[in-house]
Design a binder for this molecule. Structure first.
Ligand code: PLP
Length: 406
């Protein structure tokens, strides 16, 4: 089966004129080895059957039996009552903000260490993001900073309309205290679980704790429909409303009648077929990614200056991406040099997300906290983590990084 180029690949051919930063002579032979991508799509055998079935039954529309079945099977897999399949995770966050009543001028608290898609929908609504920094133990939103920010906003009499909580790289945030705070101040929690399908907090799936949860099936996520997302909730009314808004908000009438602003955000029945096939493989994919993480932990985590992203005891991570901090003084070379060495061997890696409060797009926004996320960005690297990685692939990545150690 053909493997597609992951969207995060920079397609650069290795620049052989660059001097090697370490003696890689023992690895030279591997320069001809195939590229290793960060997190490419990994398809099983059932997906194509569902897609063929959609063609054969002519359900080539944003409706159909695969769409209904995918929502049903997904709900069962994560343990939630209701789910609406959408064209993207970003669409899910946008609808979630609308469903909890976010309006122009409202503030919305959001994790700062994340992909831009967590916060873009806040701007779509004309609302104002306030970014909360990370804790070191999970790299996710620091509950103490959230508490501090809520207390301060309560004093000003301007509480946020929602909290968007991200579960980064397959690792659950510390949901207990965060939920408690949201309940105390009566603020709806929206979980951005785009990267954490399959992860749990105290045994329960991430994305199922808040008023609404959002998942993504983009090409590089743990399961993919090429593009797609899922909005979930225990509240049937919210999900019914999401389906309505995602299909142009058409009123019940014999003609086309509209009283609300709607969107074209529904997932297609064809892509839902891919999702059904992928979902059956979820537990295998989680196991594969956890195994990859544990290989890195064992072989790289023992080297001076290298620290794998921690896994706190409150949850079970999928390690969607295996991430690692590089202390250049102890390891001898910087994160950027490690990336260059990997690129030289056609191995894709990337820096940890640049915090959103440091993005020019959000330069005007408030940021609560210190420099934890900034430090994770400066020294953090995401290593190849695809569930289709072989032992030989892992050996290659580990050998190249190990050879750089001083
Ligand atoms: C991928 C991702 C999204 C967006 O999902 P799409 O399906 O690509 O729109 C949102 N938040 C985070 C944290 C993501 O990684």
């Amino acid at each position: 089966m053909q493997h597609f180029q992951s969207e995060t690949s920079d397609n650069r051919t290795p620049d052989t004129s660059e001097p090697n930063i370490a003696d890689h002579s023992d690895l030279d032979i591997q320069k001809t080895a195939p590229p290793i991508l960060l997190s490419p799509p990994h398809l099983g055998t059932d997906e194509l059957g569902f897609v063929v079935n959609a063609f054969e039954t002519n359900w080539i529309a944003p409706a159909g039996p695969h769409l209904d079945a995918f929502e049903q099977e997904f709900s069962e897999a994560v343990g939630i009552s209701h789910a609406a399949a959408l064209s993207s995770g970003t669409a899910g966050i946008h609808l979630a903000l609308q469903l909890v009543g976010v309006e122009p001028g409202d503030e919305v608290f959001c994790s700062t260490l994340t992909f831009v898609a967590s916060a873009n929908p806040i701007l779509y609504q004309g609302a104002v993001p306030v970014f909360i920094d990370s804790e070191r133990t999970s790299w996710n939103m620091d509950p103490n900073l959230l508490s501090q920010a809520l207390r301060q906003r309560a004093r000003l009499g301007k509480l946020p309309k929602a909290v968007v909580l991200v579960h980064l790289y397959g690792q659950s945030a510390d949901l207990g205290p965060i939920l408690e705070l949201c309940n105390e101040y009566d603020i709806p929690l929206i979980e951005d679980a785009a990267e954490s399908l399959g992860a749990t907090y105290q045994g329960k799936a991430t994305g199922t704790f808040g008023r609404l949860g959002v998942f993504s099936f983009n090409g590089n996520k743990i399961i993919t429909t090429s593009g797609g997302g899922m909005l979930v909730s225990e509240d049937a009314t919210l999900i019914a409303k999401a389906r309505f808004l995602s299909t142009q908000a058409r009123d019940i009438a014999p003609h086309y009648q509209h009283s609300h602003l709607g969107y074209n955000y529904r997932l297609s029945n064809v892509l839902a077929g891919i999702g059904r096939g992928q979902l059956r493989l979820l537990s295998k994919k989680v196991a594969a990614r956890r195994r990859i993480y544990h290989r890195y932990l064992q072989d790289l985590g023992s080297l001076p200056g290298l620290t794998l992203m921690p896994e706190p005891t409150f949850g079970r991570a999928t390690h969607w991406l295996s991430c690692m901090l590089i202390d250049p003084r102890k390891f001898g070379v910087s994160r950027n040099r490690v990336q260059e060495a990997l690129r030289d061997h056609q191995i894709e890696s990337r820096p940890v997300w640049k915090p959103l409060h440091l993005q020019p797009l959000f330069a005007q926004c408030d940021h609560i906290g210190g420099t934890v996320s900034e430090d994770l960005f400066n020294n953090g690297i995401c290593l190849p983590s695809g569930s289709g990685m072989t032992d030989a692939d892992l050996d290659r990545v580990i050998a190249i990084i190990s050879s750089l150690a001083s």
